[in-house]
Design a protein around this ligand. Structure first.
Ligand code: ADP
Ligand code: MG
Length: 678
C-alpha cells in the first residue's frame, strides 16, 4: 500500500471513514500500527465444520450448508424475520436472522453459506440456528477465522476486512529483537508471529506467536524500567535533614495516635529520605488504613527542608479533597498548599498561585502536563496509583531535580510480582487499620427487601448519618446508565427520602459542580449522595456510614471492595447493602466473598480465581500496567525471562538497549508513558 504508513490514522485506510475510525477509536485503535497489533480475542475454526445432522444446542458452532428455502416475514410492528433452511449431506436446520431485511436480497436458493452462531432449541420450531456471522462459501474460505473485539456498530466482517488491509503494511515493521535473544529464548520472528496471531493456518501456530508477542510487551516494559533505573542510579538524590522537633510537634498535634503500622512505614520513608540516594518506595495499605497522613508527614519533611512537594492523584474530586485536608492539617504550620487540576490548568488565569510560592502542590495528571515548572521539587507522592502508568512518574521526575518518589496504593500485589513489575521499588506495607473501627456489616438485599432497607436507612439518616448510593456506569452503555442514575436520584428525592437532601454526582458534571456536590456532602448539607462510580477511590467522609450498591453484578469485586471502603471510616457502625441479581453462580460467589471478608488481599484472591487474573489485572482498577496480550499472572514465566533479557542487554550493550527503546516505545504507549525517557 503506497502512502500508508504505520502511523497513518486508520481513517485513511481504504474502506474506513471518519465514522468507522471513531468506532475503532473506542477499541483503542488509532493508527495502522494499532490495527496490526489489534489481535483477535478468539478464533472460529472453519476447517472443522459441524455436520448439520449432529447439531445440538450449543453456544457456538460453524456449519456450511446450501440454502433450500428463504422465508422473509415482517411482523406487525415492523420487525423483520428471515428464516433460511440450510442443508448439507447430513441434515438440515433453520437459521433465523432478526431485523436485517436487506439479507433477503442477498440470499438465493442453491447458495452455499458458512454460518457461525448459536444453536438453540425451541419447542415450536425444533433446533434453530441463530447466526452471529456468515460468509458465502467460495471453497477457499474454509479456514481459521479471527474474531476481533467489537463495539456497537462494528461488525465482524468489517473488522476482519480492515485488519486484513492493514496487514498490507506489515513489511514496514522491523523485528527489533536482537537475534541472540531470539535464538537463546527460542522466540519466533516478529512478522511471522503477527501474521499467525491474526491468521493461524492451524491452531498450534498460536502458542509460539503469542509467546513472542507477550515477550515483546514485557521486554519493552522491563527495558523502560531498567533504563530509568540505570539513569537514576547515576544521580544522587536529596538528603533531607528534617527538623525532628518540628516533625514531632506536628505528629503530636494530630487528632489521633498513629497506628504501629503507620509509625513503622513513616520511619521507613524517613530513613530513605535522609539518605542521599533517590527514594523509590511503594506504600501498600488497604482502603482506610490511613495512607494520607503518612503522605502528609513525608511531605512535611520535604517542606521543612525547603523543598516543594507534588501530590498526584487520579481524579479531580480526590485532588480537591486532599487539598482541603492538607490545608486544614497544615494550617498552624505556614505550609502553603496549592491545587492544580485540568480545569484550573485550562483557565490559567484562575491559577494565580505561582508554583514557586507553593510548598505542596496537589493535582491530577495536569501536574505533569507541562504547565507547571517546579523550582525546587524534592518529593513526588503518587496516591492511589492505579490509573497512572508506572512510568508517568518519570515525566514528573524530569521536571525537578532528582526528587524522591513515594507511590501509595490500595491494590494488593503479591510480593514476587511487585518485585518483578516495579523493579527497584522498595515496599512498605500498612497492615493494620486504625483502632476503634467497627467492622462494616455487609448484607445482600433482594429486591423484595428494598423497602425495608430504605426504612432502616431513614432511621439512620434521622440520627445524622449519611448515605452513598452507587449506580454502575460503563462506557458501552454510558447514556442509559447516566439516565438511570439521574432518574434514581429524582425518585429517591421525591418518593423515598423527601425530608432529606439527595445529591447527584457523575462524570459528566463540570469539575466545579463535582466539587460543589462533594463539598456539600462532606459538610452534611446533602445527606444522600447518588453517584456513578466516580466516588470509588479515596473519598473520605467519616459521617457517611451506609453505602448501597445498585446492580452489584455489574461491578468488579476489587472495585466493590474499594467502594465499600468509603464507609466504616469512623467509630460509628457502618452498613453496606448490595442490591442486584444473584442469578449466576459467579454473582453468588462474589457476594459471598464480600459478606465473608473485609480484607482487600483475601478479596483480591477470590477475584483472581473467579474472573481469571487477566480480567482482574487488565482493568484500570488493578493499578498494574495494561498490556495488549500479556497477563502478568499466567505469563509470569515469560515476564521473568523478559526481565532478565532486558536487564542483561542494558548491562552488556546500553546503546543497543537505548536504541530499541527509542524505536519501539510507541508500542507500549497507554500502559507506559512514552515521554518518560529520551
Ligand atoms: P486510605 O489509606 O484509604 O487513603 P485515609 O488516609 O483516607 O485512608 O484514612 C482513612 C480515615 O482514617 C481518615 O478519616 C483518617 O483521618 C483516619 N485515620 C488515619 N489514621 C488514623 C489513626 N491512626 N487513627 C485514627 N484514625 C485515623
Ligand atoms: Mg487514600
Amino acid at each position: 500500500m503506497p502512502n500508508v504508513r504505520l502511523d497513518t490514522p486508520v481513517q485513511y485506510l481504504k474502506g474506513v471513514g471518519p465514522k468507522l475510525a471513531q468506532l475503532l477509536g473506542k477499541l483503542g485503535v488509532q493508527t495502522i500500527f494499532d490495527l496490526i497489533y489489534f489481535f483477535p480475542r478468539d478464533y472460529e475454526d472453519r476447517t472443522k465444520l459441524k455436520p448439520i445432522g449432529d447439531l445440538r444446542p450449543a453456544k457456538l458452532e460453524v456449519i456450511c450448508g446450501e440454502i433450500i428455502r428463504v422465508n422473509a416475514q415482517t411482523t406487525r410492528n415492523r420487525f423483520s424475520v428471515i428464516k433460511v433452511e440450510l442443508s448439507d449431506r447430513t441434515g438440515s436446520v433453520q437459521a433465523v436472522w432478526f431485523n436485517q431485511p436487506y439479507l433477503t436480497k442477498l440470499f438465493r436458493r442453491g447458495m452455499k453459506l458458512i454460518v457461525s452462531g448459536k444453536v438453540e432449541f425451541s419447542p415450536f420450531d425444533g433446533l434453530q440456528f441463530v447466526p452471529r456471522d456468515f460468509e458465502i462459501d467460495t471453497g477457499a474460505n474454509l479456514k481459521i477465522v479471527p474474531r476481533y473485539p467489537l463495539t456497537e456498530g462494528l461488525y465482524p466482517k468489517k473488522v476482519r476486512a480492515i485488519t486484513e488491509a492493514a496487514l498490507g503494511c506489515l513489511p514496514q515493521i522491523v523485528d527489533f529483537l536482537p537475534v541472540v535473544i531470539r535464538q537463546k529464548l527460542n522466540l519466533i520472528d516478529l512478522l511471522l508471529a503477527i501474521t499467525n496471531l491474526h491468521y493461524p493456518k492451524k491452531l498450534t501456530d498460536l502458542d509460539p506467536a503469542r509467546r513472542r508477542l507477550i515477550f515483546d510487551e514485557f521486554f519493552l516494559f522491563q527495558l523502560a524500567l531498567g533504563l530509568e533505573q540505570q539513569a537514576r542510579s547515576k544521580k544522587t538524590g536529596i538528603a533531607f535533614n528534617p527538623d525532628q522537633l518540628k516533625l514531632n510537634k506536628f505528629i503530636g498535634s494530630l487528632p489521633f495516635v498513629l497506628t504501629a503500622a503507620q509509625q513503622r512505614v513513616t520511619a521507613e520513608i524517613l530513613a530513605d529520605m535522609k539518605q542521599a540516594k533517590v527514594m523509590n518506595r511503594l506504600v501498600q495499605g488497604d482502603v482506610g488504613s490511613g495512607k494520607t497522613i503518612v503522605a502528609a508527614m513525608a511531605a512535611y519533611v520535604a517542606v521543612l527542608a525547603g523543598y516543594q512537594v507534588a501530590l498526584m492523584v487520579p481524579t479531580e474530586i480526590l485532588a480537591g479533597q486532599h487539598f482541603r485536608q492538607l490545608t486544614e492539617l497544615f494550617k498552624p504550620y505556614q505550609v502553603k498548599i496549592g491545587l492544580l487540576t485540568g480545569a484550573i490548568n485550562r483557565q490559567k488565569k484562575a491559577n494565580k498561585e505561582k508554583p514557586a510560592k507553593v510548598d505542596i502542590f496537589v493535582g491530577t495528571h495536569a501536574l505533569i502536563q507541562g504547565q507547571v515548572e517546579f523550582e525546587r521539587l524534592g518529593l513526588v507522592i503518587i496516591d492511589e496509583q492505579h490509573r497512572f502508568g508506572v512510568l508517568q512518574r518519570a515525566t514528573l521526575v524530569k521536571k525537578g531535580l532528582v526528587p524522591d518518589v513515594l507511590v501509595m496504593t490500595a491494590t494488593p500485589i503479591p510480593r514476587s510480582l511487585a518485585l518483578t513489575l516495579y523493579g527497584d521499588l522498595d515496599r512498605s506495607i500498612i497492615d493494620e487499620l486504625p483502632p476503634g473501627r467497627t467492622p462494616i456489616k455487609t448484607h445482600y438485599v433482594p429486591e423484595s427487601k428494598r423497602a425495608d432497607a430504605y426504612k432502616f436507612i431513614r432511621e439512620r439518616l434521622k440520627a445524622g448519618n449519611q448515605v452513598y448510593i452507587v449506580c454502575p456506569l460503563v462506557e458501552e452503555s454510558e447514556k442509559i446508565d447516566l439516565k438511570a442514575a439521574m432518574d434514581e436520584a429524582t425518585r429517591l428525592q421525591k418518593e423515598v427520602f423527601p425530608e432529606f437532601k439527595v445529591g447527584l454526582l457523575h462524570g459528566r458534571l463540570k469539575n466545579e459542580q463535582k466539587d460543589q456536590v462533594m463539598r456539600d456532602f462532606a459538610a452534611g448539607q446533602v445527606q444522600v449522595l447518588v453517584s456513578t462510580t466516580v466516588i470509588e477511590v479515596g473519598i473520605d467522609v467519616p459521617n457517611a456510614t451506609i453505602i448501597i450498591v445498585e446492580h452489584t453484578e455489574r461491578f468488579g469485586l476489587a472495585q466493590l471492595h474499594q467502594l465499600r471502603g468509603r464507609i466504616g471510616r469512623g467509630a460509628k457502625e457502618s452498613f453496606c447493602f448490595l442490591m442486584g441479581t444473584t442469578k449466576t453462580e459467579e454473582a453468588k460467589a462474589r457476594i459471598k466473598a464480600l459478606l465473608d471478608s473485609n480484607d482487600g488481599f483475601q478479596i483480591a484472591e477470590v477475584d483472581f480465581k473467579l474472573r481469571g487474573p487477566g480480567d482482574y489485572i487488565g482493568t484500570r482498577q488493578s493499578g498494574l500496567p495494561m498490556f495488549r496480550l500479556a497477563d502478568i499472572i499466567t505469563d509470569e514465566a515469560i515476564l521473568r525471562e523478559a526481565r532478565e533479557a532486558a536487564l542483561t542487554l542494558i548491562k552488556e550493550d546500553l546503546n543497543c538497549a537505548r536504541n530499541i527503546w527509542h524505536s519501539q516505545r510507541e508500542k507500549i504507549k497507554g500502559s507506559v508513558t512514552s515521554a518518560a525517557l529520551n
